[in-house]
Design a protein around this ligand. Structure first.
Ligand code: RP5
Length: 177
């Protein structure tokens, strides 16, 4: 089923670049968006087509299963999944697809430690590449996705190199008063 059809719930938040997305960014709740938008901003910076949606492993399990199962058919190469609390979204997505899944633990009542452990501690066989808690993790998930895509795209690798040089130049300029 194509996203945007009537089977997708109305409360799904959708943001898509015009091309078909190489990266899907999903999150368990709209309340995750403040942090998760950093993943999309990073992909936009590198010119990588992506989309962002809300879907929940426990509130809309069939939507998650359909999205993950259909990702390869839609040309997607990586899924970034952010969730908080008993954060099983990334693991459930990984169970339904063989493209890499990057998990982003969201801050929570337990400061994100619960989200971190439930995202990172996948049992053997179904990996989830887990990054740091919150917005920094979401930004790094975006960069990691670009690095994965860059394995077969020299233009992206060059952009990553330039980004590193930009960061280094920025640090070298910093002074303490
Ligand atoms: C998780 O529960 C979401 O990923 C979010 O981090 C957390 C709280 O969700 P809301 O109650 O704010 O919708 O499923």
């Amino acid at each position: 089923m194509e996203p945007g059809t009537s089977s997708f719930p109305r409360y799904v938040v959708k943001y898509a670049m015009p091309e078909s997305p190489l990266v899907g960014i999903i999150m368990g709740s709209k309340s995750d968006w403040d942090a998760m938008r950093a993943a999309g901003e990073m992909l936009t910076k590198f010119g990588v087509a992506h989309e962002s949606r809300v879907m929940s492993a426990h509130r809309t399990p069939s939507v998650v299963a359909e999205y993950a199962s259909g990702a390869i058919g839609r040309g997607m190469e990586i899924i970034i999944a952010g969730a908080g609390g008993a954060a099983h979204l990334a693991g459930v997505v990984a169970a339904h697809t063989v493209i890499p899944v990057i998990g982003v633990p969201m801050t929570s009542a337990l400061s994100g430690l619960d989200s971190l452990l439930s995202t990172v501690q996948m049992p053997k066989g179904i990996p989830v590449a887990t990054v740091a808690i919150g917005a920094s993790g979401a930004a790094n998930a975006g960069i990691l996705a670009v690095e994965m895509l860059a394995m077969s795209r020299p233009d992206l690798r060059a952009k990553l190199q330039a980004y590193r040089e930009e960061m280094a130049a920025d640090v070298k300029k910093q002074t303490l008063t």
